[in-house]
Design a protein around this ligand. Structure first.
Ligand code: ZN
Length: 339
């Protein structure tokens, strides 16, 4: 495996072939600074492995306006900002009221990565550790999902699997079992414990660090699955990012560096090793310590790019109506020299 990965480090974009499976993991509350302190202390071997082997950055950004969980995950899954006419409009961060969907809230259908993948015959899944993720289950079910107007009708239910478990360890075990049994071509996994510990004891506290160490183990199980399962090995890309960081015991302040500075790693099939900003010179700009608004060009890499990047890796076009990586030009490979 090491040799394969070593070769992958030199993938040029002209030779990149994408992936047959994409797994996206969101670590709720994973501010880059807190992660880096523990990586440097040797406490997070799998996050460290991502830093050493992925196309990545620890200087990505979340949504400009709102830095809480459900709105940012809606951005990841729809590749839209939250506010504005092109935004998905979901600003609430509590369990959705009965019968309310992303579409009814916006007054228009808001397509997701699940729509495009499922309409093209891909199996899709969402594993979450907060009950409010039921928003996605309801918004994309057989009643509320859009009709499939592509060549073959795969139905209105865009999510083949939806699982909730309050504990990431149990959720990961279920995810690994399910992927071994009948893999999803696009799967999204959400880990809660760092966020809960941050709210309870503070970001960077002992409890927060212990939660991240536990989640590093869960991440390792997913990386192990991808590296060893015969169907997934060499054919699967893993995206790891976060909805927000945190400061003291909260993360509502959108212009606080500890809250808006998050990682974005792409590891496995199709991904080279190196700095994502270096791979995307001209199309994305490392914002250093700043907090660029939407419209500033080139933009920073944002967590909301997950949906369209995943589809691009799967060889599919962008989410209709999306704005983040809508050109699907985020490169996870080395630009061809002189090209
Ligand atoms: Zn939180």
């Amino acid at each position: 495996m090491k040799h394969i990965l070593l070769f992958a480090g030199w993938i040029f974009c002209a030779l990149a072939h994408g992936a047959d499976f994409v797994v996206a993991v969101s670590v709720d509350g994973l501010g880059s600074g807190y992660m880096q302190t523990l990586v440097d202390a040797g406490k997070l071997p799998h996050f460290k492995q991502l830093e050493l082997q992925s196309a990545g950055t620890t200087n990505a950004r979340n949504d400009y306006d709102i830095t809480v969980t459900l709105p940012n995950h809606t951005s990841m899954l729809t590749s839209r900002p939250i506010k504005g006419s092109a935004g998905h409009g979901w600003t609430s961060n509590t369990d959705p009221a009965k019968g309310v969907t992303i579409h009814s809230n916006k007054g228009a259908y808001i397509a997701s990565v699940f729509d495009v993948a499922h309409d093209h015959g891909k199996r899709t899944g969402l594993w979450a550790t907060k009950t409010k993720f039921s928003l996605f289950q309801l918004s994309y079910d057989a009643e509320h999902g859009a009709p499939d107007t592509t060549a073959t009708d795969h139905g209105r239910n865009k999510l083949d699997v939806f699982k909730y478990n309050k504990a990431s360890r149990a959720l990961t075990a279920d995810f690994v079992r399910a992927m071994n049994e009948q893999p999803c071509q696009f799967a999204f996994v959400h880990f809660v414990e760092a966020d809960s510990a941050g709210h309870g004891s503070g970001w960077g506290s002992e409890a927060f660090n212990a939660a991240l160490i536990e989640l590093d183990g869960c991440l390792g199980q997913i990386m192990d699955l991808i590296s060893t399962n015969p169907a997934l090995k060499g054919r699967t890309a893993l995206i790891v990012t976060a909805d927000h960081g945190g400061k003291d015991k909260n993360h509502a302040q959108a212009d606080a560096p500890a809250i808006y500075t998050i990682p974005f790693f792409v590891w496995g099939a199709g991904a080279a090793y190196g700095d994502l900003y270096a791979f995307n010179s001209g199309a994305r700009r490392d914002p250093a310590g700043t907090h660029p608004a939407y419209g500033e060009a080139p933009p920073p890499i944002r967590n909301g790019e997950v949906g369209n990047l995943a589809l691009h890796l799967l060889g599919l076009g962008p989410i209709p109506g999306s704005k983040l990586d809508a050109q699907q030009d985020l490169k996870i490979c080395r630009p061809v020299p002189g090209g």
